[in-house]
Write a protein that binds this ligand. Structure first.
Ligand SMILES: Nc1nc2c(ncn2[C@@H]2O[C@H](COP(=O)(O)OP(=O)(O)OP(=O)(O)O)[C@@H](O)[C@H]2O)c(=O)[nH]1
Ligand SMILES: [Mg+2]
Ligand SMILES: [Zn+2]
Length: 349
């Protein structure tokens, strides 16, 4: 197996050399089953155990990661020794009370942000995906599926293009083949593309169509509410016959932003600039005199829907920051307790 086909390049080569790994070889994680990971190496595919970190958490690994493996005489599977520094990572905030990053895809070059042209079409959701994509370091492309089920494509394309400045928007149908040529120009040898979007938008169908093979299970969407059934249950990388690597992912219910600077700047830089132009530095943008935001909303310069999106995202990110700080304070408290315990024991001696 030639690992270059799986995306190994000069970047990873140079990262690898920095690790001075003796008796080890590189592997890429191609499927994630929780405790078990499937990886590809120069020898082919093998399974490995997800390693435990010092503090008993599983080490943060994601499909797409390059890792260092070591064979031992005692262990049944090769051991994971380290993960190479990532070129890109697409993250979201994990659901739950604790502030936790979930890496959805690692080392992807391009992300296809997928929505279907029927009922799934939602611009607020697309804004979120775009923010996360810009922050990931990968190139976003908007892919609108099921063109065969839509009779107002130009209108929807226009709406999507307006929400995604500077991003290519492609409408396709896996059924009729429409738009697939435009997709194919992104399938380059050694380049990785992640398919991201809600359940039922046709991610696995697109992968099967491009691979020209039924590699992945797909499923009719539910009759009653036209939502997907969460058919894909794990993330997986697939090497296409003509070159290029595609990552299928399970449909995401919600995409909560984990961390953003570039993404927010690219998507909402104009809004952020306006909020800095109000007369009062702590303006709440409600009825204050000299509010630049109200002025822009009244004159039509600022679109109300974009303003609402920005407000909602700000609130969400402030909430996440508070959770992150809470976690830090708790850790400090625990460390404090451990230190005073140690000090007490030392005094006793
Ligand atoms: N009409 C039409 N149906 C499509 C198209 N692409 C996918 N579908 C159908 O949409 C349904 C869901 O497709 P999947 O590929 O399973 O969707 P998915 O995005 O992988 O869903 P999850 O794995 O649940 O995240 C299936 O019944 C597909 O046949 C298309 O271009 N046109
Ligand atoms: Mg699927
Ligand atoms: Zn204001």
């Amino acid at each position: 197996m030639n690992i270059n086909e799986y995306g190994w390049d000069e970047y990873f080569e140079s990262e690898w050399n920095k690790m001075q790994a003796q008796n080890m070889y590189p592997a890429r994680i191609i499927a994630d089953y929780g405790q078990m990971l499937r990886v590809v190496t120069h020898k082919g595919e093998v399974f490995v155990n997800r390693p435990l970190h010092k503090d008993n958490n599983y080490l943060h690994l994601a499909v797409g990661d390059w890792i260092g493996l070591e064979e031992t005489e005692t262990a049944e599977f090769p051991l994971v020794r380290f993960v190479l520094s990532r070129k890109t990572k697409f993250s979201r905030a994990a659901a739950g009370i604790e502030a936790k990053e979930q890496i959805v895809a690692a080392n992807v070059d391009t992300v296809f942000l997928i929505q279907s042209l029927n009922r799934d079409f939602n611009m607020k959701r697309l804004e979120r995906y775009l923010i996360a994509a810009w922050d990931s370091g990968a190139l976003p492309v908007v892919v609108l599926t099921k063109a065969d089920c839509c009779d107002d494509i130009p209108q929807k394309l226009a709406v999507a293009t307006a929400s995604a400045p500077g991003v290519e928007v492609i409408s396709i149908s896996s059924k009729t083949g429409e738009g697939l040529e435009e997709i194919k120009k992104f399938l380059l040898p050694g380049k990785t593309i992640a398919l991201l979007g809600s359940s039922g938008v046709g991610k696995s169908t697109l992968l099967n169509t491009l691979a020209d093979k039924e590699l992945l299970k797909t499923h009719e969407i539910r009759e009653d509410d036209s939502r997907g059934r969460h058919t894909t249950t794990h993330r997986e990388l697939v090497l296409l016959p003509g070159g290029g690597i595609l990552m299928d992912t399970p449909g995401m219910r919600a995409l909560s932003i984990w961390e953003s600077d570039t993404g927010m700047e690219i998507m909402f830089g104009d809004v952020e600039k306006l909020t800095g132009q109000c007369r009062f530095y702590d303006c709440k943008h409600q009825n204050e005199p000299g509010c630049a935001v109200r002025f822009a909303l009244n004159s039509g310069e600022l679109d109300i829907a974009r303003w609402e999106s920005w407000l909602k995202l700000q609130k969400e990110m402030a909430h996440l920051e508070a959770k992150k700080e809470g976690k830090l304070r708790l850790q400090e408290k625990q460390w404090g307790r451990q230190i005073s315990k140690l000090q007490k024991e030392l005094r006793k001696k």
